[in-house]
Design a protein around this ligand. Structure first.
Ligand code: HEM
Length: 132
């Protein structure tokens, strides 16, 4: 039932995440995904204290509850390190099979573009070879 896009990333239990609850190693869970935000602590516009208060925990509701903007949600991907193990996920619908995440859809589009460019280049090269 996991998202095909993210099957190959490390999986962590909530207990493992809970070991990373200090400034030297600060992880949080957001919507069943695990983020290492250690490098971000000092840059957080809402201050470092609040991050450390929730370090090592599932911070989904508190992150949502503090009304973060789309920019803040997008920033999370910079710190993504893996998923919660399947049996501890509570947002299973986000990982449904066949449902691609945004970054995978973007990658698919890029791959299609590259493919089409390389086909065009091949056509040009072939026609030049034939004509020469
Ligand atoms: C433990 C969970 C978190 C809590 C409780 C929290 C709390 C807050 C609060 C209270 C503010 C408002 C600051 C103000 O307006 O004075 C804020 C702003 C902000 N936070 Fe967090 N934060 C959390 C995690 C994160 C994470 C993981 C990121 C990004 C990786 C992030 C990015 C931001 C950004 C960019 C802002 C500026 C306003 C915005 O764009 O939403 N926060 N945060």
């Amino acid at each position: 039932m996991t998202c095909e896009c993210h099957d190959n990333v490390p999986q962590y239990t909530l207990e493992e995440v809970s070991d990373h609850c200090h400034p030297d190693s600060c992880w949080i869970v957001y919507v069943d995904k695990v983020y290492d935000i250690t490098k971000f602590i000092d840059e957080h516009p809402g201050g470092f204290e609040i991050l450390l208060e929730h370090a090592g925990t599932d911070a989904t509701s508190v992150f949502k509850g503090t009304g973060h903007t789309k920019e803040a949600r997008d920033m999370l991907s910079l710190y993504f390190i893996g998923n919660l193990v399947e049996e501890e996920r509570i947002y299973k619908n986000k990982f449904q099979k066949g449902k691609k995440c945004r970054s995978c859809l973007r990658k698919k589009k890029d791959d299609e573009k590259k493919q089409s460019i390389s086909e065009t280049v091949n056509t040009i090269v072939n026609s030049k070879t034939i004509n020469s």
